[in-house]
Design a protein around this ligand. Structure first.
Ligand SMILES: NC(=O)c1ccc[n+]([C@@H]2O[C@H](COP(=O)([O-])OP(=O)(O)OC[C@H]3O[C@@H](n4cnc5c(N)ncnc54)[C@H](OP(=O)(O)O)[C@@H]3O)[C@@H](O)[C@H]2O)c1
Length: 259
């Protein structure tokens, strides 16, 4: 594990936030949004830390942003991450399970390896990271877990051609509810945010496909869901304004799932 910054010296009142997959797309917007709110953010992905750190040089210099390099499917990394946050802050206020992959495509055409890799990252890792961070969350005054799901969890859309991806996100929604049920008595809230189609590196060069979905499927006409829209929903669920909201999945999809 490597880090772009090694000390955390943010203000005592700042919340401690951990974003998995903060290196691009929606995760990068989450990192930016929580930093803008004055929080202390731990972000990680497998790619070099420099890319995320370079977007927020002042936050890195202040110690408000810690960028780690690691794979969320690696148990040793998850343990080291929790130890690092513990050593720096002694608690975690909000864990955002955002890291995700899309593989495969089709119905019976997908390989078992596609299924294993997708379920490992999108479903098992959020459970295991929450488990690793639970002792830190228990030390927070207002602990929250937020899982980034997908509209694909709710409908077998033709536009999301990967079956294992849809199944992984459907499982994640049930994980959200199970964790909310199990951890609620300890005061830990657990919610999901389900974006529709969001332009991000996950879509590669499919700008035309996204434009077509926006045109045909969005009930709110001509509205594209941007990573910042997802970040706003996550920040709401992480805030005290949502203090009695747990076990819910908040769709951020311009009405995509209504059709
Ligand atoms: N874009 C959409 O239309 C859309 C819609 C609904 C839901 N979502 C969900 O939103 C989340 C973010 O997706 P995105 O659109 O922002 O895609 P993205 O730009 O491809 O970002 C995915 C992030 O996950 C990280 N990641 C993937 N596997 C990882 C692993 N094993 N360990 C650590 N980090 C890992 C990536 O970092 P590294 O590559 O550096 O590891 C990257 O930061 C995902 O859960 C996705 O399923 C996206």
């Amino acid at each position: 594990m490597t880090a772009a910054a090694t000390s955390a010296t943010g203000p005592a009142a700042a919340r401690v936030i951990c974003v998995s997959g903060g290196s691009s797309g929606i995760g990068a917007a989450l990192v930016a949004a929580f930093l803008a709110a004055g929080d202390r953010v731990y972000s990680f992905g497998r790619s070099p830390a420099d890319r995320t750190a370079a977007r927020h040089p002042q936050a890195v210099a202040r110690g408000d942003l810690q960028v780690l390099v690691g794979d969320v499917t690696d148990a040793a990394f998850r343990g080291a991450l929790a130890q690092r946050i513990d050593a720096d802050c002694g608690r975690l206020d909000c864990l955002i399970n955002n890291a995700g992959v899309i593989r495969g495509g089709g119905t019976l055409e997908e390989s078992v390896e596609d299924w294993r890799a997708t379920l490992e990252t999108n479903l098992i890792a959020p459970f295991a990271l929450t488990q690793a961070c639970a002792p830190l969350l228990r030390r927070s005054a207002a602990p929250v877990v937020i899982n980034i799901s997908s509209a694909c969890a709710q409908h077998p859309f033709a536009t999301c051609t990967s079956t294992c991806y849809s199944v992984s996100k459907a499982g994640l929604d049930m994980l959200t509810r199970r964790l909310a049920l199990g951890l609620g008595p300890e005061g830990i809230r657990v919610n999901g945010v389900a974006p529709g189609v969001v332009p991000s590196p996950m879509w590669g060069d499919e700008a035309g496909l996204i434009a077509g979905i926006v045109e045909r499927r969005h009930v709110l006409k001509q509205q594209t869901v941007e990573p910042q829209d997802v970040a706003r929903a996550v920040r709401f669920l992480a805030s005290d304004q949502a203090r009695l909201i747990t076990g819910t999945i908040l769709n951020v999809d311009a009405g995509y799932t209504l059709g």
